[in-house]
Structure formats: C-alpha cells, structure tokens
Design a protein around this ligand. Structure first.
Ligand code: NAP
Length: 497
C-alpha cells in the first residue's frame, strides 16, 4: 500500500472551518461503537508501520535523531495505539457506576442514578520537537483523545513538518478504512504561532494537549484560561529531574552510578524531558572520584547535531546563564563545536547555598547538561530539595542502610514528582498503565493526570450522571443487562455480569 497524505488536507482551510468540521464529527464519533474505534486505532499503528524505512529516513532528516532511536520510538508509538485499542474494546475504562432507585426509602425516595465518563469534544494537540512520533502527530495525546471519543486537530510541529504530514496521512487513511466520521482527525500544517493560538481560542475547542517548553505550555494555558469559556490545557512541560545520591551508595557504587548517570545525561544529546539536570550529592572525598568518572564519561560524547538550531542556541544560552552564576564551576565539557547545530555535553557543580540563592539554576537547561549540588550534610540536601519546583521524576541512589537513615529525603523527593525512582535513572519511560508521566507544576499544568499509558484517556473525558432514565434511553454501558459485560460499580459492589 502506498500511503500519501490525503489530498483534502485541511491545512489550506481556515481554522474556523477546521473547528466546525471537528465539532460536526464529535457527536457521531461519540456514538461510534467501541469495537470500531479500536479498529481505527489499530489501523493507524499498522499504517505507520507500513511506511517502513521511508518514514524513519524522513524523521531522521528533519530531527537529526539516530535511526535506532527513531525506530524504537516508532515501535513505542504503535504499541501505545494498540494499548488504547485494547482498553477501548474491553470498555470498563468508562467507570460505569449504578445506584438503583429506592422508591420506598424514607424520608425521601432515592432516584435511579447512573454515571459514566463521556468525551469532552474536539481536542487540539501540539507535539514536541524531540519526539517526532511518540509525543507528536499520532503520539500519546492524539491516541488518548481518540480513545476517549474526541475528534483531534493536530498542529504540525515546525521542526518536523514532513514527518507530521506522513503520519497524519496514516491517521486519515485509517479513519477512511474503518468508517470513522469524516474529520475525526485533522492536520493543520500552518505552523505559525497565530494558528496555534487561534485553535486554542476557538469556541468549539474543548481541551488542549501540549508537549513542549514551559514558555509555550504556560502561554497556551494562560490563553485558554482567558477565553470566555475556559478549557483545560494538559501541558507537559519542563522538568530538571533531580537525582539524589546518598553517601554509602556513592562510596560503594561510584563507578556504576557515574556510568549510568553519564548515559542518562548524554543519550540523544540530552534532549529528553526526563534528563537528569540536577544532582544532589554529598560533598566528601567520594564525590571527587564521582566527578572525575562522570567528567571522563560525558567528555567522550559528541559533538552531535541537536534537533534544530533554535534548540542548540537555547542550550548554549541557558548553559552560559548557569555558568555565569557566582560559584558555578565547570567540571567537564567536550570540544567546542564547529557548527551552530552541534551540541556537546557538559557538567558543572555548585554549593548548596549558591544553588538555593540563584533561581536560574533551578530551571531546565534542555540538552546534555547537568549541575551537581554539593551538600555538606543531610540538612543541606533537604534544604535544596525543599526549594525545587514540581518535577516529572525524582531519583534516589541509596543502599538499604542509606534509605533507612534518610526517610525524610525519600519523603521530600516523593512530594516533588510524579514518578520516584530508586537506584535508577529517569530516562527510559515505560509505557504501561502504572506509569505516571506528569507531576506538580511546572512539570505539568495538572498533576492529577498522566500523559503516558492508557490512564491518559482521563484527561479528555468528563463524568456524566443520568438520573431516572429508562433503560432504552441509557448508553449501552449503563443498561440494566450490561450487554458489553464491562466492570461496573453496582450499588456499591464491583460486578461484571
Ligand atoms: P516548544 O518550542 O514549546 O514547541 C511545542 C509546540 O508548541 C510547537 O508546535 C510550537 O510551535 C508551539 N508553541 C510554542 N509556544 C507557543 C505559543 N506561545 N503559542 C502557540 N504555539 C506555541 O517545545 P519544543 O522545543 O518542541 O520541545 C522541547 C521542550 O519540550 C523541552 O523543554 C522539553 O523538556 C519539553 N518536553 C516535555 C515533555 C514532557 O512530557 N514533559 C516531553 C517532551 C518534551 P512554534 O514552534 O511554531 O512556536
């Protein structure tokens, strides 16, 4: 099968027309049988796979990411789509709940009340430059919004427009093949900031999924809240992902920890939202060895092309801002690059007091950079952790004795982040229902939800209660006989049949 983007791409249409088309598709898509929706999601995955090496070559050209990384990201994207298909087909995710009527109840009769999750309506999705597949056109936001039953409008990322168009073609063809309502998915290829803002402001937009920078996410969040009718913006933004290394682990496992952290900082030029940007470490003689090992390891990497010149320029700017802060010492940096696209890794260190005093050091430097915060004792470690903002992840390296003696550090680190990791690095996000990819602001705009794994569907639905509805007017999930055989809460008991 030769897949090409549909000739009727809506990029040439006005945002108003796009949103009217999405609003028109919404009620029909809401009523589409879950089995058909599951087939749609599976067909998207198959179509992406059918594009084969040509898609990888295109993404490689646009993003400069290595082929092996792009292949594994494509697999993850297709696996995500299939996980949502399984969830939709099974059906219990709608959280159906039934409280039967009690007409004889005294002093007042109890009405029949039934509840389930229903789709919000058209969702606008903004992808990120660093994940051309998994956080872009057919990525987690699109998959979860479609699974919820919401039409999706993707604004193509300006850093990988051709990749985005080819993946959009896969979605449009899958919709046609599986009989989805027309305009269940639309791709806006006008990548201007204005078109993105118009999508957020359009009265038919019901929610926004965003993955990207803090500046972009916060701007769109503020815009959505300034609307006459505010809408939720689920923005996954910046995180510095602190790693705390406890004293005994540093002494006993210094070689292994340095090797793992170095890879986590430099892999794909550190262009991961979960890259360890801060390390909270004890200032002792073991640290000298750790810094030496880490410096040697990161200095062997690069220079390697970054995603685009804007990302590279921002990396150098933010790195310089860190190095300009009083007390920040450069510990390692490989050769200075010869082109404005090339990135090269570096690490620096600072005392806890200087770190606490300078807020610019608390912010993300997107790229292969990590700052070690030298702490005199546990009290200083806790003071540093207390000054940090919300995070996607927080990692602790510790022996059993370390962890027993430092329960306050575990507690404080846990309060910061959506995912807390013991004796591991934050990069490498497993896609499964127990994963949480989100966290307190500014990691995301709503820490109650994850952007990865099938529970991400919850961002694009709302609960609706049906009071005193006759069986024939109820959605199938709430009918007396439970024709779909889904798990439901019936008068306080979980039941399937
Ligand atoms: P970005 O510059 O914020 O761009 C993301 C998208 O938002 C683009 O389509 C961009 O379009 C649009 N956008 C940005 N600001 C806007 C505004 N004010 N109005 C309208 N549209 C706007 O982010 P990026 O450079 O692609 O990605 C790198 C960042 O993403 C890093 O900070 C990284 O940590 C973060 N990230 C986070 C996660 C996570 O899950 N938390 C995952 C991956 C990446 P224009 O370019 O046209 O403005």
């Amino acid at each position: 099968m030769g897949l090409t983007p549909s000739a009727a791409h809506p990029s040439v249409l006005s945002i108003d027309k796009v949103m009217k088309q999405a609003a028109d598709a919404a009620p029909r898509f809401k009523k589409t049988d879950p089995t058909k929706k599951a087939e749609f999601l599976e067909a998207i995955a198959s179509n992406i796979e059918e594009l084969g090496d040509a898609l990888i070559t295109c993404a490689q050209k646009e993003t400069h990411l290595p082929v092996a990384r792009l292949q594994s990201e494509r697999s993850r994207t297709c696996s995500q789509l299939r996980q949502f298909a399984v969830m939709v087909r099974e059906g219990s995710w709608v959280e159906a709940s039934i409280d039967s009527a009690q007409p004889e109840r005294k002093p007042a009769p109890k009405p029949d009340l039934r509840k389930m999750l229903i789709p919000l309506g058209p969702v606008v999705v903004f992808g990120a430059s660093n994940f051309p597949f998994a956080y872009s056109t057919a990525g987690g936001d699109t998959a979860s919004a479609l699974a919820a039953g919401c039409p999706v409008i993707v604004k193509a990322h300006p850093a990988h427009p051709e990749t985005s168009s080819r993946v959009a073609g896969c979605i449009i063809l899958a919709a046609e093949k599986t009989g989805m309502p027309t305009f269940v998915f639309q791709h806006v290829t006008d990548t201007s900031v204005e078109s993105g803002q118009a999508l957020v402001m359009h009265p038919f937009t019901r929610a926004v999924g965003f993955t990207g920078s803090f500046a972009g996410g916060k701007a769109l969040f503020d815009l959505a809240n300034s609307r006459k009718v505010p809408i939720p913006v689920f923005a996954e933004m910046s995180s510095v992902n602190p790693v705390c290394i406890l004293p005994q682990a540093l002494k006993e496992d210094v070689v292994a920890i340095a090797a793992r952290v170095a890879v986590s900082i430099t892999n794909d030029m550190g262009q991961f939202c979960t890259k360890p940007g801060l390390q909270i470490v004890p200032d002792n003689e073991d640290l000298v060895r750790y810094v030496k090992l880490l410096a040697e390891a990161v200095s062997k990497v690069g220079p390697v092309p970054m995603l685009h010149e804007g990302i590279a320029a921002n990396f150098y700017k933010r790195k310089k801002e860190s190095l300009d802060v009083q007390g920040v010492k450069l510990e390692a940096a490989s050769v200075v690059p010869s082109s404005s696209l090339l990135g090269f890794p570096g690490i620096a260190s600072v005392t806890a007091s200087d770190f606490i005093a300078h807020l610019t050091l608390h912010k993300e430097v997107f790229g292969p950079w990590s700052l070690l915060i030298r702490c005199k004792d546990k009290t200083e470690m806790l003071q540093v952790i207390d000054t940090l903002e919300g995070q996607l992840t927080a990692s602790i390296f510790g022996t059993t004795a370390d962890l027993t003696a430092n329960s306050e550090i575990i507690e404080s680190m846990s309060n910061l982040a959506g995912r807390i990791i013991l004796n591991g690095v934050p990069t490498g996000v497993e896609v499964c229902p127990s994963l949480v990819h989100g966290g307190p602001f500014p990691a995301s705009t709503d820490s109650r939800f994850t952007a990865v794994g099938v529970p991400a569907v919850k961002r694009f639905v709302r609960p609706q209660c049906f009071q005193n509805f006759p069986d024939e007017l109820l959605p199938v999930e709430l009918k007396d006989k439970n024709p779909k055989g889904i798990w439901r809460m019936e008068d306080g008991e979980f039941k399937r049949f």
